[in-house]
Design a protein around this ligand. Sequence first.
Ligand SMILES: Cc1cc2nc3c(=O)[nH]c(=O)nc-3n(C[C@H](O)[C@H](O)[C@H](O)COP(=O)(O)OP(=O)(O)OC[C@H]3O[C@@H](n4cnc5c(N)ncnc54)[C@H](O)[C@@H]3O)c2cc1C
Length: 402
Amino acid sequence: MDDYRNTVCDPIGRGAKRAVVVGAGIAGLAAAVRMHRAGWEVVVLERAATRRSSGYLLNLHGPGYDAAERLGLVPALTPRDIGFFTSVLVHADGREKFTVPAAVAQAAVGERALSLFRGDLESVLYDAVAGHVDIRFGTTVRAVTQDPGAVEVVLSDGTRLRADLVIGADGVHSRIRELVFGPESEYLVELNHMVGAFPLDTVPEHVAEGVGTTFLGPRRTAAVMNLGPHRSSAFFTYRSPDPAAELARGAAPALTAAFGDLGRGVAEALRQLAADPTDAYFDSVGQIVIDRWSSGRVVLLGDAAWCVTVFAGYGAALALDGADRLGTALTAHGDDLTAALDSWEQSLRPEVRKRQALARKGIGRFAPPTRVHVWAGDLMLRAIQLPGIRGLVQRSIRRANN
Ligand SMILES: Cc1cc2nc3c(=O)[nH]c(=O)nc-3n(C[C@H](O)[C@H](O)[C@H](O)COP(=O)(O)OP(=O)(O)OC[C@H]3O[C@@H](n4cnc5c(N)ncnc54)[C@H](O)[C@@H]3O)c2cc1C
């Protein structure tokens, strides 16, 4: 029997309500920021022993930027903004096809946009709560039980914590979801693609500074960004009929098998990955589809609840927005937790549904299925540089963002 049954339970403090947040990623830290601001006592549990590295590049615009603003993050995020960069589309051997200037991407998304490393966004969130909330690294959850008055979690170190609310923000492979809602297989919808992304320790020699080179399919995409020291990174995605087999191979062997024939920056990035795969993100692409995001005093947030995937380019935005709206709903409904969680879920569902649908539709842009699709994609990228067409594309991107 688990020895936690004999340990002392840390009770809920008098006065402030207590939230236990599981996961110190974007969703968990944003929840900590928002719940602390709403006057809750917050404990954050993070499985990793330390904070994560820079990770990969992500964009915040539209509602994602708005949520960052509401959370008070924009002043600290702005100095970390990478900005837009020139994209060079290349052939498999690295020869240039054509260039898409930074100004084209900038015009498409507008002024209210940030391009950030995931680690920079997490750092800004962490700095906003460090010293105000209890953050425990190297700690996870073994069990969750509820009674009408509270929820109790048993931690990996045997400690028990009672709380008013548990927020499961522990990512797409959420342990909280598994403990409270059931096995991942019931909720994960595989999109049969793999994604790999990692920071580059040394600047890629074969890619000019301030430039990202992109090789586009069929069935795969590779991009290498040279944005200077400590800011360069690589991104890969490819179609796979058997994601489990790819995961079993591991990031470096799998990505080398899928992209090892490509030249220039890609070969360099793969060499760096093989030398040190520690900071690489490598996973299959799958959406989480679940009928309800809360059960009693346990609520899921971020990828744990609704992973929209990299193909939506919107998961970080929804994590921030979801955390901010959760704080607002809990404040508005006072002691009526069920009403708060209901209204929170109703306010977010339509956006999540839309982003999941857009992601499924957008797969072909990331990994065009055939040469004809590659050719059509190239044509569109060339066309958006024409002023008339650019206006049309701008309007459709802004419509999707609103
Ligand atoms: C390559 C790539 C590019 C992307 N680009 C964009 C973009 O441009 N714009 C955008 O908005 N989104 C983007 N996204 C999506 C976005 O990064 C994610 O949706 C977001 O990071 C999800 O955050 P999260 O906190 O929900 O989950 P995660 O980032 O997975 O964080 C979960 C945290 O929980 C911890 N954890 C896991 N299990 C446990 C446990 N049992 N106990 C305790 N802790 C645990 C983990 O260590 C981690 O710290 C991209 C994603 C990828 C992969």
